[in-house]
Design a protein around this ligand. Structure first.
Ligand code: SF4
Length: 233
């Protein structure tokens, strides 16, 4: 029997990236070892076996939430692409495809997992910025955009000018090495417990304008609507 480590399954409106505003079902994996210091989902880090549920239970929950109307699933985490998740993730993806769901996967930007990426419909690939204290390899990013850029977005959380410049540098590296033009989205950082950071948003918009506007700047709408600490939204 296939089992998965799942934090939560819920229906909500996509709050970030180029599909912002789209209703979908989120399947959030439990377990992440990447360790971004400004992570807003630290409750998903522990690979706690008490979160284990069967693939049948996952699909039953998805189908109840779908009502055969919402046929989009976003697989997120945690880190759904951690090697220990891959066998069960693959079974989940195959089952969702067999039932005609559009599948987006949120990738942390630390791995390119061909067996999963070939099957899903869209990949949201993180470029980790210096403020996360996690490094995204530019070579891996280039490889990813070359192989999957036509069905992907690159997403980067930006806290300050140093973060912006690191994304700008990676963007030029990727574009100057023959990769297709994928949408690059900047997400101004909005941390749990913080008041709405209007100045930071404005700084990111202005930086983008002063650097020739290569990026889309898209905030996390669910945090404006429900507050930055609310879960399952
Ligand atoms: S990869 Fe995602 S869940 Fe993991 S630490 Fe970073 S932001 Fe948090």
């Amino acid at each position: 029997m296939t089992t998965l480590l799942i934090n939560s399954i819920y229906r909500a409106t996509e709050g970030e990236g180029i599909h912002i505003g789209t209703p979908q079902i989120f399947v959030r994996f439990q377990g992440c070892h990447i360790g971004c210091v400004n992570c807003d989902s630290k409750e998903t880090w522990d690979f706690d076996p008490s979160y284990t549920i069967s693939l049948d239970e996952v699909m039953e929950k998805v189908e109840v939430l779908s009502q055969d109307v919402i046929k989009r699933v976003s697989i997120t985490g945690g880190d759904p692409l951690h090697p220990s998740h891959i066998p069960s993730l693959l079974e989940l993806v195959k089952e969702l495809k067999a039932r005609n769901y559009f599948i987006n996967i949120e990738a942390a930007g630390t791995r390119v997992v061909k067996e999963i990426f070939d099957l899903v419909d869209f990949i949201s690939y993180d470029m980790k910025t210096p403020s996360t204290e996690v490094r995204t390899s530019k070579d891996l990013l280039l490889r990813f955009v070359k192989e999957y850029g036509t069905k992907a977005q690159i997403k980067a959380v930006v806290a300050d000018k140093r973060d912006f410049e690191s994304v700008f540098d990676a963007y030029h590296f990727v574009q100057n090495n023959g990769a297709p033009l994928a949408p690059w989205c900047l997400t101004p950082c909005y941390e749990p417990g913080e008041a709405f950071p209007m100045n930071r948003f404005q700084q990111v918009v202005r930086l983008n304008e002063s650097f020739g506007m290569p990026f889309r700047v898209i905030g996390q709408q669910h945090k404006w609507v429900y507050g930055p600490s609310e879960k399952l939204v």
